[in-house]
Structure formats: structure tokens, C-alpha cells
Design a binder for this molecule. Structure first.
Ligand code: PMP
Length: 450
């Protein structure tokens, strides 16, 4: 019979895991998961873990969700996949219709890819190519924000700004213009999120003024820079950015890969600023956390710039073999159905309040500099010194101690450096939130010792 040990030993002899120093597994074995049910994961030794981070932010309605399972079983008996050039199928068409309907106004075209990074590549290439088709060949640059993250393929990495992922590959990456961000962790004492984000926008305005002529697009993670330690800012920044991009004739790319599908309190984060971007990248929650799929939504205006006789060579020739995979599209439809027949956005408001309450005591902790929350994302910033906000040196790996402790108590948290965060599936209960918070509290107590 398989046990945790037998599987993790086999794993270690053939596998190479993402975002992992494999040597760590000499001391902490990988955990083989046998089964997922609802918010719970179960390993081969019968231990259970609450998936408090939605398995890298993808899972919305639990593992083994009955509705998504049923849809997939039905799809499996009909069509698993077909080439998406020259051919199409109903799940892809229906999902695109739905996405056009639920995303902000004006996003009328849907281009599929198969993961978040490739959606970002698509949006960058489409924006560049749009200007080129219009004869504006001087537009070759992208503007990005400090502390942003857009994925790890070379184009996506280039427009990101988290040194841990980017620095090593710097010689391979295209040049981008990086603007100081609106991250409200850095606001002055007593300054509101709105005031700080507004003030910080001036830096973006200046850069746009100087460089707009050579810039294709600004790419941004609306409201929360998730991989950048769950740093948050006010919707006013997006409002100002939309106006400025229009004024300077530059596209706005909203990367809602992590924040889309209800995470921030609205179906899409852009809604909180009442804006429509020129491109919206979606993935992760798009299939409820079941299968890899991404979509880039864009406008008629962008689409029309590529629409011409073949000989013009204006077509967008980007392709991935699994574009528009039928199973993944069907999982996407089942996920959007759940949003439609249950009032998830309203239910999430109550859940987000419960999350606030469950984490109420953390802000008083002597090593917590800030507890911040946007909808269903709550983050706790651990620091060495609460008054000066001096960070713990990264080499001490305090977050890892919280991770290990939490696992021993049946909760999967995966801190980003010294930031502990909760980003649970939307089926989490109040009791489970209290348990997650209690375990995180105890883990922090342990991690800040000495
Ligand atoms: N953009 C954002 C905002 C993300 O959070 C991520 C993934 N964490 C990506 C892009 C990349 O997605 P993927 O991991 O599917 O390539």
C-alpha cells in the first residue's frame, strides 16, 4: 500500500517541483495528496489539511466540486480536445460568450491560451502588434509597476518586478519602464489609501507624459499585487490610470489572473474603479481550479486592427497546442454557472467579514506591522520591529516556520516571505476561518521566538 513516505521517496528521485529549492526536501518531504474534498486535502497517511490558499489561488468552490465534476464527466464522453485553428466547439463558444457578458463593457473578443503567463504574453504581443498594424512602429515599450508580478515566461517576467524571480534572468529580458507603485503599506501614518494612491499616481503621470510616444501599454494587477507580498492599493489609482492611458494613447492591460472571479469583492477588480481595460488577462479561478486555461479579453477596436486580407500579414499568429481545450472550457462554464445560480459575490461579503473578525487580534501582535484585506484576501505582515517596520532578514525564513507549523496542525498556508495570508476557497466556513486564524497565530508565535 502506498504511504506518504513511499510516494515522496519516488517523487524525489524523478521530479523537480516549481518554485522550490529541491534540497529543502532532504529535511521536509513533499506531501503526497491522495484526495481532495471541499476545502480539505488528504494525504496517504490519512492526515487532512485545509487548503487555505486555494492551491495557488486557483480553487474557488472546493476540490471534487459536484457540479464541476458532473460537467467534466459529461464533456469527457463528448469531446476532450480538438485543434482550435480552423475548428471550434460549443464549450469554447459558450464560455467566450459568457466572458464577454460578465467582463467590463467593451471587452467583446476572447482569445484563449492555457496558463496565466501565456495570457500575459498574448496581451503584450497583441498590444505591440496593434500599434504596429497601425503604423506606429516606434511603440515598443511597456510600463510596469514596482513590485508587480505577471508570470515567469520571459516576456511576463520582464514586465514583472519581484527581484526574487527576475534578477537571475535579467540579461535575457526586454527593457521595461518601471514606475514606483501605489502600494499602501508605504503610506504615511494617518494617510488614507485613497490619498496615498492618488499621490503616487503623479509618478505614473510623469512617466506617461515623457514616454507615451514609445509605449504600447501599461500592465497592472488591479487592487492587489499578490505575488508581491499581497500589497494593496486604492481603486482610485485604476481610475486615474484609465484616464491617463486614454489621454496618452497607450493601452491598459489588466492582469486579473489572481484577482479575478470574486477575489476582491467584485467579480472583477476593475469594477471597483468602474473602468474597462483594453486587455484583461484571466486564468486561475477561470476553471474553478480544475484545469489550465486562460483568456485574454479585448476590444473590437483592437480586433479590427488585425482584420484584413491575408496578404497584409496583419494576423495575430500566436498559438498554443491546447488553446481552447474543451474540458477546460467546460470546467469554466460550470464555474461561471455557480456564480450565476448562487449569489457568490454577496456571500463572499459575509465571508470576508468573518475573515476580518477571525484575524482581528493580529494587528495587536508585537511582530505584526499591518493586517490588510481586500475582499477574500487577507494578509499579515510580520516584521522584526513593529515601530520601525524593520523586516526580518529573508535568510531567517520565518514564514517557512509558520508554513511547517500550520501543516502539522492541518492547515495549508504558504507565506510569501514574511507575509502570512489567507486566500481560501469561497466554500470556507466561519469555523474553518477561526481554525485557520488560530493555527496562523500559533505559528507566528513560534516563528518570532528568539
Ligand atoms: N499574473 C498574476 C497576477 C499571477 O498571480 C500569476 C500566477 N501567480 C500569473 C500572472 C502567472 O500565471 P501562471 O502561473 O498560470 O503562469
Amino acid at each position: 500500500m502506498s504511504s506518504n513516505q513511499s510516494i515522496s521517496n519516488r517523487d524525489i528521485s524523478v521530479l523537480w517541483h516549481p518554485c522550490t529549492q529541491m534540497k529543502d526536501h532532504e529535511t521536509f518531504p513533499v506531501i503526497p495528496i491522495k484526495k481532495g474534498q471541499g476545502i480539505w486535502l488528504e494525504d496517504f497517511d490519512g492526515n487532512r489539511y485545509i487548503d487555505a490558499i486555494s492551491s495557488w489561488w486557483v480553487n474557488l468552490f472546493g476540490h471534487g466540486n459536484p457540479e464541476i465534476n458532473a460537467a467534466l464527466k459529461d464533456q469527457l464522453d463528448t469531446l476532450e480536445h480538438v485543434i482550435f485553428a480552423g475548428f471550434t466547439h460549443e464549450p469554447a463558444v459558450k464560455l467566450a460568450e459568457k466572458l464577454v457578458e460578465v467582463t467590463p463593457q467593451g471587452l467583446n473578443r476572447c482569445f484563449y491560451a492555457d496558463n496565466g503567463s501565456s495570457a500575459v504574453e498574448v496581451a503584450l504581443k497583441m498590444s505591440f502588434h496593434y500599434w504596429r498594424n497601425l503604423g506606429q512602429t516606434q511603440k515598443t515599450k511597456f510600463i510596469t509597476l514596482e513590485n508587480s508580478y505577471h508570470g515567469e515566461t520571459l516576456g511576463a517576467l520582464a514586465v514583472g518586478n519581484v527581484p526574487l524571480y527576475k534578477e537571475t534572468y535579467a540579461p535575457l529580458l526586454m527593457d521595461v519602464i518601471t514606475v514606483p507603485g501605489p502600494d499602501c503599506y508605504h503610506r504615511e501614518p494617518g494617510e488614507s489609501w485613497t490619498d496615498y494612491s492618488t499621490r503616487r499616481f503623479m509618478l505614473m503621470e510623469q512617466i506617461l507624459q515623457q514616454h507615451a510616444n514609445t509605449v504600447c501599454a501599461v500592465i497592472i494587477e488591479p487592487l492587489v499585487q499578490c505575488a508581491g507580498n499581497m500589497r494593496m492599493y486604492d481603486p482610485v489609482y485604476l481610475k486615474l490610470l484609465r484616464v491617463a492611458c486614454d489621454k496618452h494613447n497607450v493601452h491598459l492591460i489588466a492582469d486579473e489572473i489572481a484577482v479575478g472571479f470574486g477575489r476582491t469583492g467584485t467579480l472583477f477588480a476593475c469594477e471597483q474603479a468602474a473602468i474597462s481595460p483594453d486587455f484583461m488577462c484571466l486564468s486561475k479561478g477561470l476553471t474553478g481550479g480544475y484545469l489550465p486555461l486562460s483568456a485574454v479579453l479585448t476590444t473590437d477596436q483592437v480586433y479590427r486592427a488585425f482584420y484584413a486580407d491575408y496578404q497584409s500579414l496583419n494576423a495575430f499568429l500566436h498559438s498554443h497546442s491546447y488553446t481552447g481545450n474543451a474540458l477546460a472550457c467546460r470546467a469554466g462554464l460550470a464555474t461561471l454557472d455557480i456564480f450565476q445560480y448562487r449569489n457568490i459575490i454577496e456571500e463572499n461579503r459575509c465571508l470576508a467579514d468573518s475573515m476580518t473578525k477571525a484575524a482581528a487580534r493580529f494587528s495587536e501582535h508585537p511582530h505584526v506591522a499591518e493586517v490588510r484585506q481586500t475582499g477574500m484576501i487577507l494578509a499579515i505582515e510580520l516584521v522584526k520591529n513593529k515601530h520601525t517596520r524593520e523586516a526580518y532578514p529573508w535568510q531567517e525564513r520565518r514564514g517557512l516556520k509558520v508554513y511547517q507549523y500550520a501543516l502539522s496542525k492541518g492547515v495549508l498556508l504558504r507565506p510569501l516571505g514574511n507575509v502570512i495570508y489567507f486566500m481560501p476557497p469561497y466554500i470556507v466556513t466561519e469555523e474553518e476561518l477561526l481554525l485557520i486564524a488560530e493555527v496562523a497565530w500559533q505559528g507566528i508565535q513560534l516563528a518570532v521566538k528568539d
